[in-house]
Design a protein around this ligand. Structure first.
Ligand SMILES: Nc1ncnc2c1ncn2[C@@H]1O[C@H](COP(=O)(O)OP(=O)(O)O)[C@@H](O)[C@H]1O
Ligand SMILES: [Mg+2]
Length: 562
């Protein structure tokens, strides 16, 4: 419409009557003013709707994807293509791509198509002969517009990529500042940055040659087609087939349309990328978890005693199916007692924990809880009775209170939270903080020491009041002083529960009711601390103990007698 009006307006200048020129110009001015308002309104409405639709879509896609991903069994996350980084970037970028594809791109395509239809019809009505020629010439100018856009886009993309590379180095450098400073390797980082920018800059110089030639050709082609059009149009006017007014109108309409088509078609590469993203989104949405955590028909225990058995278990991690971790492995864990798992790293201690939590299913054999295959339990309610405290305690963004109450959503009673914190030896240090239980922890929060985090994690486990307590090297990351405090806390918590304890320090282990020594996925010894020591120097446990004893007597005075 704009092009049409512009074309008609130009023709005014060819009129001879001054009054008429004045009158017509006034009319067109009003017309353009009206058009401005109209455009404004249409744009606002359109963008509001699109933005709303897009936001809604992104939200839905993100929510559904996250819900799906969280339902997946742990083995899924072990696969390389589903590493934390990849999954996170999928969640943040792909939902956005889907939005832009469905929202922005679709509407653009729709707009363009309708504009093209209208433009062609109008031009054909105004001056059919000229319009036909223009339509035939169109592809040339579309093609050249298209090349221009694609070339320019490609150039900026390359530049961005080069930026990415160098900014990655910079980010890495800044986040590892301490390491860099302690190694005095600032110069090396700068050199790396220079090098990273060198390659792309050569490349971009080469690229700009191509781009220049491409752009030049495209430009001149457009100009050439202009010349052709005007020559033919001029001829038509000369012979009186069309008026000069019609000439300008048709010409401007078609030029505008060509640009729109080129714009829209340059987005086809985005469309391809978008389709790819949609594909990935749907592979996640369509995938069903291999271990359903909330099977409605499955057995929901009202009460758990906590007797655990692994019976003739064969197991290999799905991501490494050739490496058998367990072959015909059996172990009994008595209810209400503490069992320590001892063994070198890689002997399968954490894997046992994973099997009890049913993060993984054994290939053969069964894991039973109170004599019942854990596959027949409703996992969600089974896991309600189990608490896992691992080496690296995770605190979420939130207050200490929220972090403690995390596992037990139905009892967020202040008294119970404080009680749990007291059992975990955490109350004193929490109470001494400025904000107490409202202290914010996590990324943006206070810096807590490893021992403090661990005690908060233990308080979380205590509040859950689990029947089965799995402690996987819960004290290993701590210095001996906080280890003692945490150890003390754990011993209080372990009373009356089935506990499975993995620890390196023998001070933690020796008080357990039973000790199981593992080696390469097999049980090599079991018994109590004293019965295992009684085996003499040939026993595995005995040699582990003497190793520890030597280490501790030489390194620290806080040694504990065995
Ligand atoms: N997620 C995993 N995917 C593949 N292999 C694993 C995974 N976790 C552990 N393993 C392997 O299983 C073996 C036993 O590991 P683990 O049970 O963690 O030992 P421990 O806790 O006794 O140190 C090791 O050889 C380890 O490499
Ligand atoms: Mg381990």
């Amino acid at each position: 419409m704009y092009a049409f009006a512009l074309g008609s307006m130009i023709s005014i200048f060819f009129l001879t009557d001054h009054d008429e020129i004045k009158r017509k110009i006034a009319t067109y001015c009003i017309f353009f003013a009206g058009l401005t308002v109209f455009q404004l309104v249409v744009n606002i409405v359109q963008h509001y709707n699109l933005a709303y639709m897009g936001e809604y879509l992104t939200k839905r896609v993100k929510e559904r994807m996250l819900a799906k991903i969280l339902s997946f069994e742990v083995a899924w996350f072990d696969q390389d293509e589903n590493s934390t980084g990849v999954v996170c970037s999928r969640l943040s970028t792909e939902a956005n791509i889907v939005r832009s594809l469905v929202g922005d791109r679709m509407s653009l395509l729709l707009q363009t198509t309708s504009a093209v239809v209208i433009a062609c019809t109008v031009s054909l009505i105004i001056a059919w002969r000229f319009a036909i020629v223009l339509i035939i010439v169109q592809p040339i100018s579309i093609a050249s517009f298209y090349t221009r856009i694609v070339i320019l886009k490609g150039m900026s993309k390359k530049a961005i990529k080069a930026q990415d590379e160098s900014s990655k180095i910079a980010v890495e450098a800044i986040s590892n500042l301490r390491t860099i400073t302690s190694f005095s390797s600032q110069d090396r980082v700068i050199k790396m940055l220079q090098k990273a920018q060198e390659g792309p800059s050569h490349e971009s110089i080469r690229q700009s040659w191509f781009a220049g030639i491409g752009l030049g050709c495209a430009r001149s082609l457009t100009t050439f087609s202009r010349a052709l059009e005007y020559w033919y149009g001029g001829n038509l006017v000369y012979h009186g087939h069309i008026t000069s007014k019609a000439l300008f109108e048709t010409n401007l309409i078609m030029a505008n349309t060509g640009r729109m088509i080129a714009d829209a078609s340059s987005l086809t590469s985005d469309l391809a990328k978008g389709a790819n993203a949609i594909g990935l989104v749907f592979t996640i949405l369509d995938r069903n978890t291999k271990i359903e955590a909330d099977e409605m028909s499955a057995y929901k225990p009202q009460k758990l005693i906590g007797h655990i058995e692994l019976q003739n278990v064969y197991f290999a991690y799905p991501s490494r199916p050739n490496v058998m971790i367990f072959q015909d492995f059996s172990i009994k864990i008595d209810a209400g007692k503490s069992t320590a798992l001892v063994g070198g790293s890689g002997s399968g201690k954490s894997t046992i924990m994973g099997l009890i939590e049913r993060f993984y299913d054994p290939l053969k054999g069964i894991v039973t809880m109170d004599g019942r295959d854990i596959k027949s339990y409703n996992l969600k309610s089974l896991r309600n009775y189990i608490a896992l405290v691992s080496q690296e305690p995770t605190l979420f963004n939130g207050t200490i209170r929220e972090n403690i109450a995390y596992g037990a959503f139905d009892k967020t009673n202040e008294v119970e939270i404080i009680e749990a914190a007291k059992i975990a030896n955490a109350h004193d240090f929490i109470a001494s903080m400025k904000d107490g239980y409202d202290t914010w922890c996590g990324d943006r929060g206070v810096q807590l020491s490893g021992g403090q985090k661990q005690r908060i994690a233990i308080a979380r486990a205590v509040l859950k009041n689990p029947k089965v307590l799995l402690l996987d090297e819960a004290t290993s990351a701590l210095d001996s002083q906080s280890e003692n405090v945490v150890q003390d806390a754990l011993e209080k918590v372990m009373v009356g529960r089935t506990s499975v304890v993995v620890a390196h320090r023998l001070s933690t282990i020796r008080n357990c009711n039973r000790i199981v020594v593992l080696d390469k996925g097999r049980v090599v010894e079991e018994g109590t601390h004293s019965s295992l020591l009684a085996k003499g120097p040939s026993g595995n446990y005995y040699s582990l103990v003497s190793l520890q004893r030597n280490a501790t007597t030489t390194t620290s005075a806080t040694d504990i007698e065995y």
